[in-house]
Structures are given as C-alpha cells and as structure tokens.
Ligand binder design. Structure first.
Ligand code: NAI
Length: 685
C-alpha cells in the first residue's frame, strides 16, 4: 500500500431503499475521481448487504469527469481505481452506472467495471488519457474492446474521442438510454431481477484485419510518434489474448510509468494552465447577456466567426459593404456548412438550423438588436474607427462591441469613441470556427463586465480564452513574430529554409515557420513592413529576403511559390529562392555558417521565450502559463512539450544563458532582453 498525504476531495453518499443501493459520488464541481471518492465507493459497497442491486451515480451535473489529475504527480494512495473496480466486479449483486453529463477517463473506466451502463442521450463518454500523455490505466484498454471491438476502441482511445450517450448505445458501450431522469431509469431497469454481467468475462468481438489496420494507421498518424499512442494500440490489441489478468497488469504498469513521463507532466501543466487562462484575478463583474450576434465584414475571418457562433446555436446577422460582397460571403458560409454535412461532421438538420439562424444584410441598422457585434473588416484604422463610431451610435447601451484586429492599437482605435468602455478585442484565429484559441484583449477603457462577456463568449463557442492587454500582436502574434524573425536571421546566416522547417517539425511543431508563412501568404506581413519602413531604426538587422520573395511574385501557396515552390500540394525547395538568399547574404557580407538541428530549435525557442518574458514584464499577459496556452493552442507548438516557457523551465540555467547570448548576438542592435530567469522561476515554483 502506498501512503502519502495528498489532499482528499469529495465523498460518497449511500442510500438503500427497497433492496436497491444508490451510491452518489459527490465531489463538486465535476465529481473528479479522487482518493476520497475511491475509498468512499469501497466503503459504501461494504455496507451493501442483502440488496438486489446498486446504482452508481454522480451528484450535480455529471457522473465522473475523470480521475483527479492533481494526484497523478505522486504515488497513488490505496485504494487505487483498479481496486475499486475489482470490488465492483466482486460484489454479489449487479451494479448499474447511471451516467449523465460526462463520464471520462477513470469515470468511464469505473462505469466499465459495472455490470450495466445506462446513460442520458446527451451524456459524453470518453477515455482522454492519450491526450494527457498516458494510457487508460484501470482496464479501459481491456474492457472497452470487449464491448465495442478493438478497432472502435483504438479510434476512441487514441483519438481521445468523446461520444454521446446515444452513440455509445449504438455501438454497445451503453446498455440502455434513459428517457429523462437517469436515476429513475436505473431504478426501473433494476425493477426486474438482473444477473451479474462482468465486462471482463466477455469475449472480444471479432474485427476484420483491414478495419483494424485502418484504425491503427489512423491512430499512429494522429499520434505523431508519441510513445503512449503506440502503447495504447499495443494494449488494445492484447485484449484479444486469453489472459485478462496479465493484460490488465501490463496496462497498469504502462500507465504507472507514463503518468510520470515528461510528456504527461507537460500535458498536465497545459491542462491546469488552460483552465486558469479563462480566469482573471480579481474580476468579479457579471457578464452582459449574449444572445443575438452581429458580424461586420464577411471575409475570411468574418465567415469563420459567423460559423463559430452559428455552431454554438447563436443567431448571427452578417453585415457586408455591398450586395455582391454579401452574396459571396453567404455563399461561402453555405458551401462550408454543406461540406461539413457531406463529411458527416454536421447533420442535415443541424445545417438547416444553422443556415436559418444566419441573416445577411447591407444595412447597418439591422444590427440594432444585437447583444454583441464583432467587427472583422479590413485591417485599417481608417476603416475600423468610423465603423466603431457608427456601431456605438446605433447599439443600445448594454450591447458589447468586439474588434478582431490582429495588430492595430485598440487604445488608439478607441481614443475618441464615447462608448469605448463597451469595446474589447476578440482576436480569433483562422479558420475561426476551427482554431480553439481566442485572445480576449482588454483595452485601457474596457469595463470589467465587458471583459467578463468576452470570457463568457469563449465558453459559449468552446474556445480557449487567453486574456491580453494591448500590444503589437498581443500575446501570440507578438511571440510568433520574434520566432519568425529569428528563423529569417538563421536563413540569412546560412541555414536553408527547409532545414529550419525540418528542425522545428522534428521538435514537434506541426509545420516549420516557412511552410506556415507560405500557407498564410507573405503579402500581409509585406504590407506591414512597408508601412513601418519609415519608422524602422536603420541600425537594426533587417532581412530583405521576404521582401525579395514578394517582389518576385512569390506570395506563398496561393501563387504556388513562396519560400518553396508548389508544383503540386507538397512544398519543394526552390532554386530561385536559393538565389535570392545567396544575394541577400552577399549584400550583407554574411559568411554562411552551418547550424545543426538542435541549435536551430533552441535559437527559435529562446526567441519566443525572451519575447514572452518581455511581454510579461509589460503585463500584456497575466501569467507565464497563459503564454504557453496561447502558443500551444494557436501556433502548432507540440502540446507534449507544454509550451515555450514550460520547455525553457526544464532546461538548465547554463543552457538558457548560452542560448540568450547567441540570440543577443544574432539580433544585434535593438535587442531587448526580457527578464527570462525571473519568468522561469515562476514556472518552476
Ligand atoms: P478580408 O479582407 O478577407 O475581409 C474583410 C471583409 O470586410 C471584406 O469582405 C470586406 O468587404 C468587408 N468590409 C470592409 N469594410 C467594411 C464595412 N465598412 N462594412 C462591412 N464590411 C466591410 O479580411 P480578413 O482576413 O477576414 O481580416 C479581417 C480582420 O480580421 C482584420 O482586422 C484582420 O487583421 C483580422 N484577422 C485576420 C486573420 C487572418 O488570418 N486573416 C486572423 C486574425 C485576425
């Protein structure tokens, strides 16, 4: 037995009536499966004598949202979850898991240790351990395949997929759907005698080789080489072996090892940081109501924002400049929803409902009844300021206005606006209905209840909020700009763009900085550099290569040429780009050096870390962990590395010092050192 003094949270209530025991798990807010809960279930079961059956249910909004992750960094105290499940299986009476709300991770594993599962139609069931760097560790990889087959189990476990109660019933994970109250349904289910039905005793249903192979390849591809994904697949495959106990012990051993792995610890850092990022210390104001949404500008971002709101069930009025632009915008939204429907990601009824909730207009007055209007018009002060003035004059005092600007100074934008306290930045990422990150920008004038409204919007849209203050590029784009600048300097100093990209992909990024630049288009940053040309300090190192690429008509994927050539979809290194780079080196008298992958990775990462430290010192971000949340959710940073500051906090001080010295040398004149060690010390405590 392991003992240690971890905090114990929650309790289990036992109520026995008419020979049926009801065990209610009570650990607000989400009934996390803590040590106290595990102990409580065992004790309650010990009190159940001469009963016909037992029902396991969660108090409040959910069954069990998962094991209490706060316990995972230390030895687990007895009883562990497998002990609780063993007690359920050994009980002489049938146990029903009555599932409403969420049953995730250890919660679902406990339900799998019950004899029957009854769920509400809209319950959410899943085993998300793989997304937390682990594998299910209390029989999930062994019991789930016995109910739904190995291929479906691999899909669900490796994809960390949540399914509804309705879908769970369709595949055999749930035995019965509750119409209405789940406790009443479980009682009704037990009104007829029920035999024990231990999932561990069931045979794994046969699955065709081809189906299994398809699930394995999909999981491996999505898992991007993470060791826990390969382990999860191996364990599920082993469920077909005859000795259940051996496979179960194997699973537990893998879980115990992985829960203390670097990946899992970093992912838990992100898990807690993401929850914290949605809060603002000292903010007590209640949000304003969010009902009808207005979107101004139906271009790339406006369309995505409209789709995100529609998907959340919010009615949207979309305002465009003229009927043609409006028509194009509405047609594009229509086409995307049709495509979603075609791919099975949206039901036909859902599509119709969303399209009905969308109104297009060219009359500003039609926004008059909106609670929240988000502008996504051209990135020009001369367009945004008059628009905000018109909206401010039109909208009732309670309505909130959001600007989706990427770089403009919102404080300047609002300087002369009478209703400036009701405006905030709502910086979505493209495509706005897909990307999870939402930077909520608190301008100097933004009132607390308006800020709270932004946070509530994020919740409605299932976005990951990060609160920022006004600064060029806010948190994410500002840090990314420092990263990209260092990447461009590396190319000037001797690295090939494809080698820089390959190094960052090897680190775990989804794409390298140059492939990303080609995808977003090089012209936006070009336009910005031209605007800044007159105010740029002539002594700072300036890499002309991106400008030269644009002047050569190489604007990225859309022109089938950028940092790479695009004869087809795959980027190919370009001879023309080599020439441009060569000329830039010659013009600046740079003798090309050779960089290894580690040096390139560390230089790009330290550029992010230094910029993050600068913006934290300026209070642009509330806390270091918010930076990690922004970069991991909006910029393809590998989640299993926890974010740039988490990564840096794991490095030695000597290595960080060496990296900072090299960065300072590369940037040269104008380098601004951030309080890096002070920032990292906050991460390390
Ligand atoms: P876009 O050029 O695709 O769309 C702008 C739309 O606004 C156009 O359809 C235009 O007709 C419309 N518009 C312009 N003035 C208008 C007015 N007075 N009334 C009604 N409609 C008007 O631009 P995009 O890319 O959608 O960007 C919009 C805003 O979002 C910009 O501020 C941009 O910086 C920001 N943003 C862009 C991101 C991106 O990846 N494209 C990411 C995050 C923010």
């Amino acid at each position: 037995m392991n003992t240690h003094s971890a905090p114990s949270h929650g309790t289990v209530h036992l109520h026995i009536e008419d020979g049926i025991a009801v065990l209610t798990i009570d650990n607000p807010p989400v009934n996390a499966g803590s040590h106290a809960i595990r102990q409580g279930v065992i004790e309650a079961l010990n009190h159940c004598v001469q009963i016909r059956g037992a029902i396991l249910i969660g108090a409040g909004r959910s069954f069990i949202a998962g094991s209490d992750l706060r316990e995972f960094g230390a030895p687990l105290m007895w009883p562990e979850l497998p002990d609780v499940i063993a007690a359920c299986e050994a009980a002489p009476f049938p146990i029903i898991a009555a599932i409403h709300g969420v049953a995730l991770g250890g919660g679902l594993e406990l339900a799998l240790g019950c004899d029957y599962r009854i769920a509400t139609r809209d319950a959410a069931l899943g085993l998300p351990e793989v997304s937390l760097g682990m594998v299910p560790g209390a029989g999930g990889t062994q019991r789930l395949p016995r109910l739904i087959g190995r291929a479906a189990a691999i899909d669900m476990i490796c994809g960390s997929v949540r399914i509804s109660g309705e879908d769970a019933q369709a595949i055999g994970l749930v035995d019965h759907l509750a119409q209405g109250d789940v406790l009443a349904a479980a009682r009704a289910f037990l009104s007829q005698p029920k035999a024990k039905r231990i999932v561990a005793d069931l045979a794994v249903p046969p699955t065709g080789e081809a189906t299994l192979d398809a699930s394995v390849s999909k999981a491996m591809k999505k898992g991007r080489g993470r060791p826990n994904v390969a382990e999860a697949i191996r364990l599920v495959m082993a469920a077909a072996e005859p000795d259940f106990a051996v496979a179960l012990a194997d699973e537990r051993a893998v879980f115990q090892r992985l829960r203390l792995s670097d990946d899992a610890i970093a992912l838990r850092h992100l898990f807690f940081s993401e929850r914290r990022a949605g809060t603002v210390d000292g903010l007590t104001a209640a949000p304003r109501p969010i009902g009808a949404i207005g979107v101004v500008g139906g271009g790339t971002m406006g369309q995505g924002i409209a789709r995100a709101c529609l998907a959340a069930g919010l009615p949207v009025t979309l305002l465009e400049r003229d009927p043609d632009a409006l028509q194009r915008s509405l047609a594009a939204i229509d086409a995307t929803l049709q495509d979603k429907c075609y791919r099975g990601r949206l039901s036909p009824a859902g599509m119709v409902q969303q399209l009905r909730a969308l109104t297009g207009t060219v009359q500003m007055a039609d926004l008059g009844a909106c609670d929240l209007v988000i502008e996504a018009v051209f990135e020009e002060m001369s367009v945004k300021v008059p628009l905000l003035t018109q909206l401010d004059a039109l909208l009732p005092a309670q309505a909130v206005i959001g600007t989706n600007t990427s770089y403009l100074d919102i404080d300047v934008m609002l300087a002369d606006l009478p209703g400036r306290s009701r405006v905030l930045g709502l910086h979505f990422f493209s495509p706005a209905d897909v990307m999870r990150l939402l930077e909520i920008v608190r301008a100097k004038a933004t009132s607390d209840d308006v800020l709270a409204t932004g946070l509530r919007l994020a919740k409605y849209l299932s976005k990951q909020p990060v609160v920022a203050r006004v600064s060029e590029g806010f948190i994410g784009n500002r840090i990314y700009a420092a990263y990209r600048r260092r990447a461009e300097l590396l190319v000037l100093e001797g690295a090939a763009p494809q080698d820089v990209d390959a190094a960052m992909v090897a680190f775990g990024f989804a794409m390298g900085p140059f492939a990303v630049a080609d995808m977003s288009g090089l012209d936006i940053a070009w336009a910005m550099r031209k605007r800044q040309a007159t105010t740029r300090d002539p002594d700072t190192r300036y890499v002309t290569i991106p400008d030269d690429l644009c002047e050569a008509g190489r604007l990225g994927r859309k022109t089938r040429a950028g940092w790479y050539d695009y004869p087809a979809q795959t980027p190919v290194p370009s001879v023309q780009v080599d020439g441009i780079i060569h000329r830039a080196r010659k013009a600046t008298h740079v003798v090309p050096q050779v960089f290894d992958a580690t040096t390139m990775q560390r230089q790009l990462l330290i550029a992010m870390v230094n910029e993050a430290a600068c913006l934290l010192a300026e209070n642009v971000a509330q806390r270091p962990s918010d930076v990690d949340v922004a970069i991991a959710n909006g910029y393809g940073f590998p989640r299993w590395k926890g974010g740039p500051l988490w990564w840096a906090a794991q490095q030695t001080d000597a290595d960080i010092t060496a990296d900072l010295t090299a960065l300072k040398c590369a940037i040269g004149h104008g380098y601004i050192p951030g309080p890096v060690f002070e920032t990292l010390s906050k991460m390390r405590t």
